[in-house]
Write a new protein. Structure first.
Length: 157
């Protein structure tokens, strides 16, 4: 049984380990479109516009899309076409340990989760990645978002 768990963990590592600046499975915030996502993941679980959920055999995935052009006071304001990916959040079925993902924690800012006691978030705005980690060291989710290099696409820039 332990061998199966190790094999599943290694397979999951290959699936969820992020490549710097490349997003997840080729889905890159502010550079990929809904069509790119649906080619990779298929249709969303339910009909959606801005926030869509997808399931794969190894994880559930939430993707946030741009829905309209720049408007003042809108947190989802980017100078990219509607239907462009803003955020990718992956919730792995098998929760790997952060240390097993070989994340260079020195390049991430560690903050305590204000709502979940003992949970931490490791964030790198330079890489556009964050990891939500439980008090047991297991990764609950991985999020990809626009990097600092994408700031020129913000509506307020």
């Amino acid at each position: 049984m332990r061998i199966i768990e190790i094999c599943l963990s290694l397979m999951l590592l290959a699936v969820v380990t992020p490549l710097p600046f490349r997003g997840w499975k080729g889905i890159v915030p502010l550079h990929s479109t809904r069509a790119d996502v649906e080619r990779e993941l298929g249709a969303p679980v339910t009909s959606c516009v801005e926030t869509c959920n997808y399931n794969t055999p190894n994880e559930s995935v939430t993707i946030v899309y741009v829905t309209h052009a720049c408007e003042s006071g809108d947190n989802n304001s980017w100078r990219v076409p509607a239907g462009t990916v803003v955020t990718v959040i992956v919730y792995p079925s098998v929760k790997p340990r952060l240390k097993d993902l070989k994340v260079n924690s020195k390049s991430f800012t560690k903050t305590r989760d204000p709502e979940l006691v003992g949970h931490w978030t490791y964030t790198s705005k330079r890489e556009g990645t964050s990891y939500e980690v439980s008090n047991t060291g297991r990764v609950q989710s991985i999020e990809w978002f626009p990097t600092n290099k994408d700031d020129y696409l913000r509506c307020d820039q």
